[in-house]
Design a protein around this ligand. Sequence first.
Ligand SMILES: Cc1ncc(COP(=O)(O)O)c(C=O)c1O
Length: 382
Amino acid sequence: MINSYQTSHLDSIGSFLAMDIFSLAQKLEAQGREIIHLEFGEPDFSPPPEAAKSVRECIETQPARYTHTQGIEQLRINITKKYSENYGVQIEPQQVLVSNGSSLLLFLSVLLLAKPGTEVILTDPSFACYENTIRIAGAKPILIKLHKEEGFQLNLDELRKKITSKTSAILINSPSNPTGVVFNPEVMKGLAGLGIPVISDEIYADLSYEESPYSFLSFSDNTIAIHGFSKYYAMTGWRLGFMITPIEWMSSAARLHQNLMISANDFVQQAGIAVLQNSTSYCESMKFEFNKRRKYVLNRLSELGMNLGYTPTGAFYVLYKYRDSSKSSFNLCKEVLEKTGVAIAPGRDFGLGAEGYIRISYANSMENIEKALTKIAETGLL
Ligand SMILES: Cc1ncc(COP(=O)(O)O)c(C=O)c1O
């Protein structure tokens, strides 16, 4: 007999509520309802044309093989150039490891730095998978609350109070999913000064609209930086991401990666090379559009009396605190979806600290955003 107890050790690993909203939205779509999707952080633009061109050429002319576990050397060289040109950080190709998306690399970086039973400090709210990833790796997530009243900035005094002899790493994400906040560089310097290894998820680094993009590596080399092609390069489904570690940690990282993945897809890595070499103006024009939408969303929300109470300047999200705090964010999102056909993400996905909030993604057309904001405001639910 097959018993579900067999997998009960994974019962504490939660699913994404935004996925549940998406499933409900799909059901409504199947019944003929028009749905506007603002629940996911997925660019609505096509990937840079160089990506598809390179894959076509690659498949026609070369057999796809395993690559070096750290990734094709030319791609790693292009990544070092990106870090030098965009963030003023000098790294070596031997410090780069490429994989199929940055999600796996988040897990790998926690495995790498956090021995089972140790503690990893992270923010609340933060990206939905962080807490689960830390638990799966056998470490303990320790949360520091970010406050809307402080612009969702990292508070170093609160962070210091959470450090114990068991702390093995601090996981940060700037610009942040779900707040869209860029952490203050001065605070980053202070964080670097604590001398604890930092895992810096910088997948939105290039989508910083008011400040110059930075990498945490410019503050400390005691860092694993994680980045990828899903957001700024609009290549979510291509599954291409990379991590940068000190040389001293790479042998362990590469062994882990060999065992878990062998290597990332050959031709997708070739597409990564083509994109890094030739797509800057294409990507900058997407960024320009995201910024236009961001400004529109901020103005429109305030016109509708839905003030955010802070200013998001990066990524493509805003986190909004709705009025009726007795309602769970999941139920509220369900109700909004049923009444308006607009799908948004429940704040609870991003930690207990974001319960009472909803996350709106502006990775959708201006026309859809305009319609969606008016519709959700009209419900009076928010
Ligand atoms: C903060 C953050 N990190 C990582 C990821 C995952 O990116 P990838 O597609 O490279 O796995 C996401 C996706 O939404 C994200 O928001």
